[in-house]
Design a protein around this ligand. Structure first.
Ligand code: CTP
Length: 397
């Protein structure tokens, strides 16, 4: 219930992507939001209001002069109690109207009369999107503080290929959830490592660990939601990159180290969430190791670089957050590790329980002591961690 009780106005304008807005409405309701829908005339040509009515459980609004709204004040009444207006799909025509402050139909009037943030998800033909007039309108909207989610490139309903596809409903849901997060890291650059590493034994076998990457991906997403520009250096995991996060995929600890070295410059915060293999096979076999003739097999290991230690040792090092997975004596081990690693903040959890799970229980250790974040879904914990880091940042830099 990530949007529990949130009052959202979902606006639809004319475009074939309107069919995706039906799925978005369903996802919003499922996430706990109270969704009111308003459609332009053109939108009703692509999707029946009945569909949205069934999905949201509320009447759908289409007419500026709707007699159901008292005193013909629909444009004010319908948006007054809303916490967010999300217009998806947002046509070129709608963006132009919103940028100019026109209000000649119900949806544009609601948008103009709003007190809450506005998010638009453009969807249109590539030429319409690239037209300087549309680009100008989008720039104007951004400058006015409007959140512009997408579009993305891809195949278009008109048969052309290019920029202009609306974001998929899941990505839009994530953007809407992000819109409700405080922008605690606005203007900051953040680097995150996540997942396990894989150290080759031979061309088909690896030494690795059971890290799922979920915590690191949650931290990357939470930092992005908080307004940061985020790079995620990720070991091999089965997770989609959070929307708006730049992902650099790596396999081995040394590749991860390289990627961190290349991306850490200019960063304000470094979250070392990855479960980096401390050791790697010293001499990986060039060909697959065969069983015949081998009684026992010993694999000699040599140490990998300590990525976090390297970052903390840099001049102008970013604010570094270490992670520790301990199997016992959490407090004593974690505080000792914080000192040993020389990081201002260490996030500690109990190891086997956290692996692969969607929930976690984390305690933060900093110069002022221990701060239990409690047990919660990893995204929620990541948001609390980001808030803690944001509060420490001014003193730390
Ligand atoms: N880390 C890293 N590079 C490594 C090993 C660890 O950047 N080669 C980072 C991890 O991402 C984590 C922190 O260091 O943020 C702590 O990792 P951990 O493996 O728990 O620390 P170690 O010092 O290796 O302690 P232990 O002996 O408990 O494994």
């Amino acid at each position: 219930m990530t949007l529990h009780g949130k009052k959202i106005l979902l606006g639809l304008t004319g475009g074939i992507a309107a069919y995706k807005a039906a799925e978005l409405a369903r996802l919003l309701v499922k996430a706990g939001a109270e969704v009111r829908a308003a459609m332009t005339d053109a939108a009703t040509r692509f999707l029946a209001p009945t569909t949205l009515q069934a999905l949201t459980g509320q009447p759908v609004w289409t007419d500026l002069w709707d007699a159901r709204v008292r005193d013909a004040m629909g444009h004010i009444a319908l948006s007054r109690d809303r916490e967010l207006i999300a217009v998806a799909p947002a046509s070129a025509d709608f963006l132009a109207k919103a940028a100019a402050g026109l209000a000649d139909d119900l949806l544009s009037a609601l948008v103009l009369a709003r007190r809450c943030p506005l998010l638009v998800a453009p969807a249109m033909n590539v030429e319409m999107w690239e037209n300087p007039a549309t680009q100008r309108n989008v720039e104007r909207l951004r400058a006015d503080g409007v959140l512009v989610a997408g579009p993305v490139a891809g195949d278009q309903a008109c048969g052309e290929t290019g920029m202009g596809r609306m974001l998929e409903p899941e990505a839009l849901l994530a953007e809407i959830e992000a819109a409700f997060q405080p922008k605690l890291l606005a203007g900051k650059r953040v680097l995150v490592t996540a997942g396990p590493t894989e150290e080759p034994i031979d061309p088909v076998r690896v030494v690795t660990n059971r890290s799922s990457g979920k915590m690191g991906y949650a931290v990357a997403r939470a930092a992005r939601e908080a307004g940061a520009e985020v790079t995620l250096v990720s070991g091999p995991v089965a997770l989609a990159a959070p929307w708006g996060v730049r992902r650099v995929p790596v396999r081995t600890a040394r590749e991860m180290f390289e990627a961190v070295r290349e991306n850490v410059g200019g960063c304000d915060v470094f979250f070392a969430v990855a479960a980096v293999a401390d050791f790697r096979p010293r001499q990986p076999a060039q060909a697959k190791i065969k069983r015949e003739g081998l009684g026992r097999l010993a694999i000699e290991l040599e140490p990998n670089p300590d990525i976090l230690a390297w970052v903390t040792a840099q001049q102008n090092a970013p604010f570094c957050v270490g992670f520790a997975a301990e199997s016992e004596n959490l407090s004593a081990n974690a505080e000792a590790k914080r000192r040993k690693k020389g990081v201002p903040l260490l996030a500690a959890n109990l190891a086997p329980q956290a692996l692969g799970a969607d929930d976690n229980e984390i305690t933060l250790f900093d110069a002022r002591g221990a701060h239990p974040l409690g047990r919660a879904p990893k995204l929620e914990l990541a948001r609390r961690l980001v808030a803690h880091v944001a509060a420490l940042l001014p003193q730390a830099r």
